[in-house]
Design a protein around this ligand. Structure first.
Ligand code: HEM
Length: 468
């Protein structure tokens, strides 16, 4: 009954299994997702891997994944990458255990911050930040230089969540090096990941220096966040009901309870991190595919020209009307869901696929990158980039639960509409203004840091004739 899977023997695993090290063959600590994709596509829709002393069950088949999406039998499991973030994000929304009371409290208090009305309020601020990006790209274009796509998308998405959610300006576009908050964030994430692979008994010795630096990084995060909160408390008002206002001012509609100061810290860090890493990756992958697919690019540009007409900048309602561009984004998130997986645990003893029993609490990782390539759902050529997979009729023809870039159920992404609005808006503005030219020598290379990001992606731009 190891792991709560009594018939683990039925679940295939890679051939070479060494004691202690696990399935070393084909394993690289820096590319666990891409390794799992390679291993999983040969082992089948459910498989297991042992790494760093942990046995992990992976699921990617469409039918099995649909069972794990059944909220009456399964719930979110806080494990692996998500658990690694607990030291930083505590019982913030993303890392809270299902039973922690602060999850429901914060969810109910913050959900209205993602309503249609709230989003319409963020729209002008999103445009401000996008303008900083196009100013920068105009200058690069004039100078005949290419642009660093992931770097600039990260600046854009960090500024967007900071300005819209917290009324804070990190000045990313004016800096030549990342803001100290960003370096500290990357430091704590890396440390949390390393803690996972160093045996606890050796940690005090092996990680002594890293532990000291981590303490300094945590201090930096907390100080930055405390400053943002203190500034708002000193001068309330200008937030206009943004996320920080909600955290500070709003009581739970039924219980009247409020978020504690400590929990607010955790939520601010959570939103600053969750609100930018994944969106910047999604934008970067979409730009990669647009630059590589001339027909798709032309069609998306024609749509933007037609829907936005002569307006310099789109009104809120004009963003969701870019239906084709939304499909481009969906198709990019299908091939490279920037949060590449999520974990599900059994609410009670149950069986999946009619043959794999699990005990209450046992869990599996849904590998979205492979689920999104299952030929049973996506046809014989799942590697092909084709936005028309997301026409309404094509979506209706597919089984449910086969496209999960934002997770599933009660713990699915609260920022989904925010991310989609921001990304569609920015892509629309960029396509209206520029033609994109891929570097012919570039081959897609993906870095993993809990999220996925195209490494070293640059593009050359030319201003389009019709853009003002
Ligand atoms: C949860 C993906 C953008 C805030 C999640 C989950 C996924 C996800 C897969 C579920 C994780 C799990 O089950 O363990 C993405 C992707 C994004 C994106 C791919 C962009 C393309 C955002 C944005 C925000 C945000 C913009 C905030 C403004 C959150 C939060 C949770 C979450 C707070 C936890 C929700 C809860 O458990 O109640 N996201 N996300 N995300 N996301 Fe996102």
């Amino acid at each position: 009954a190891e792991l709560g899977w009594p018939r683990l023997d039925l679940i295939p695993h890679p051939p070479r299994r060494l004691p202690l090290i696990g399935d070393v063959l084909g394993a690289n600590a820096r590319t666990p997702v891409q390794d799992s994709m390679r291993i999983g596509s040969s082992l089948g829709p459910i498989f297991r891997r042992k790494a760093f002393g942990k046995e992990i069950v992976f699921v990617w088949g469409a039918e099995l994944a649909a069972e794990l999406a059944d909220e009456s039998r399964f719930a979110k499991h806080v494990g692996l990458g998500v658990a690694n973030l607990r030291p930083v994000a505590g019982d913030g929304l993303f890392t809270a255990y299902n039973h922690e009371p602060n999850w429901q409290l914060a969810h109910d208090v913050l959900a209205p911050g993602f309503s249609r009305e709230a989003m319409a309020g963020y729209h002008p601020l999103m445009l401000d930040v996008a303008r900083q990006l196009t100013d920068r790209w105009d200058a690069r274009e004039k100078a005949g230089r290419s642009v660093d796509v992931p770097g600039d998308m990260t600046k854009l998405t960090l500024e967007t969540i900071a300005r819209t959610g917290f009324g804070h300006d990190f000045g990313s576009f004016e800096r030549s090096r990342p803001h100290p908050f960003v370096s500290a964030m990357v430091g704590t994430l890396t440390y949390a990941q390393r803690r996972n692979v160093v045996p606890p008994a050796l940690a005090p010795l092996v990680l002594r220096g890293a532990t000291r630096r981590n303490a300094a990084d945590m201090d930096c995060l907390n100080r930055t966040v405390d400053d943002v909160v203190a500034a708002r408390r000193a001068a309330p008002g200008p937030g206009d009901g943004d996320l920080l206002d909600r955290m500070l001012e709003v009581a739970h509609p039924e219980t009247g309870e409020r978020l504690s100061a400590e929990n607010i810290r955790r939520q601010v860090i959570t939103f600053l991190v969750a609100g930018h890493e994944t969106t910047s990756g999604a934008l970067s992958f979409a730009l990669h595919y647009l630059a590589r697919s001339p027909e798709v690019l032309a069609r998306a540009q024609a749509e933007v020209d037609q829907v936005w007409g002569d307006a310099q900048e789109p009104a809120y309602e004009q963003v969701a009307k870019l239906r084709y561009l939304r499909r481009v984004l969906d198709e990019s998130l299908r091939l490279w869901p920037t949060a590449p997986g999520f974990s599900r645990q059994a609410r009670h003893d149950t069986t999946i696929g009619g043959e794999h029993p699990l005990r209450e609490g046992a869990w599996a990782l849904v590998l979205a990158t492979l689920l999104h390539r299952d030929p049973a759902a996506w046809g014989e050529r799942p590697e092909e980039f084709d936005p028309d997979r997301f026409t309404p009729s094509a979506v209706r023809a597919r089984p449910a639960h086969v496209f999960k870039p934002f997770g599933t159920g009660a713990r699915a992404c609260i920022g989904r509409q925010f991310a989609l609005h921001e990304a569609t808006l920015v892509l629309g503005l960029l396509l209206r203004r520029y033609d994109l030219h891929a570097d012919p020598g570039y081959r897609l290379k993906i870095v993993e840091r809990l999220t996925l990001m195209p490494e070293g992606l640059t593009l050359r731009l030319t201003r389009r004739a019709r853009a003002a």
